[in-house]
Ligand binder design. Structure first.
Ligand SMILES: [Zn+2]
Length: 236
């Protein structure tokens, strides 16, 4: 193989690894955001469940206060009833007391319903609390892993960039710019082997016999007739 091609292949191998590491690194912030947003939405849901339970409880307390007020009213009616000498007032107090007791019954029934709702809401709060804790633990682990992965990738990128810079110095400038141009336009890989005797392994199209001959001759760099990638001959 042409020495310049061998150098370019080594360079390409580092370039590919560098590109892969950069791509992986670029995905980390998205992953971090996903974790944070799931944490936020889960804790918002948890808060809303707690809020709901508090709301039920405060409604129930309102009813309790109303019951207290009715009981207080009954006591006043009873006092008045005991003191009055007028029969119609006495009868009116009996009526008021009955009405207040009926109101109390209704309020207490509503209170019972709210107590059941509160119990159910509390159970939901507890279950969600367990879920939130578990996810927080998983998220913390995941964040820690991402942090480590980030550090590893950053080091790899640093090392590979240094290697690439060093290798580029060793390659003939014209070959290097040709290689860079192809890599830029193809976006994936610039140098590929000829496979099945006459096929470019980049675009998978057949290459002319003339190009195959150039690649085999090891006298100059050959390019795929179709995609323009550098092609090289490998012994079968
Ligand atoms: Zn090709």
């Amino acid at each position: 193989m042409l020495p310049s091609l061998e150098q370019l292949l080594i360079l390409q191998e580092r370039d590919v690894r560098l590109h892969r590491a950069q791509k992986e690194l670029s995905l980390i912030p998205t992953e971090e955001k996903q974790i944070a947003s799931r944490l936020a939405s889960q804790s918002a849901h948890f808060e809303s469940l707690k809020q709901q339970a508090r709301h039920i409880e405060s409604e129930r307390k309102q009813l309790e206060l109303q019951v207290g007020a009715k009981e207080e009213a009954i006591r006043k009616f009873q006092t008045h009833q005991a003191q009055t000498k007028k029969n119609d007032e006495y009868q009116a107090m009996i009526h008021e007391i009955e009405r207040a007791r009926k109101d109390i019954d209704e309020l207490e029934e509503k209170e019972l319903v709210l107590m059941d709702q509160y119990d159910a809401a509390q159970k939901e709060v507890q279950a969600e609390g367990v879920k939130v804790k578990e996810y927080e633990r998983i998220a913390a682990n995941h964040q820690e892993e991402l942090k480590k992965k980030k550090a590893v990738l950053e080091q790899q990128i640093k090392d590979l960039s240094a290697e690439v810079a060093e290798l580029q110095k060793q390659v003939n400038p014209a070959d290097l710019s040709g290689y860079r141009r192809i890599l830029q336009s193809k976006g994936d890989i610039a140098i590929v082997p000829i496979v099945h005797g006459n096929t470019c392994n980049g675009c998978h199209m057949k290459i002319t016999q003339g190009t195959v001959a150039i690649a085999k001759s090891d006298t100059k760099i050959a390019h795929c007739d179709n995609c323009g990638r550098i092609v090289y001959w490998t012994l079968p």
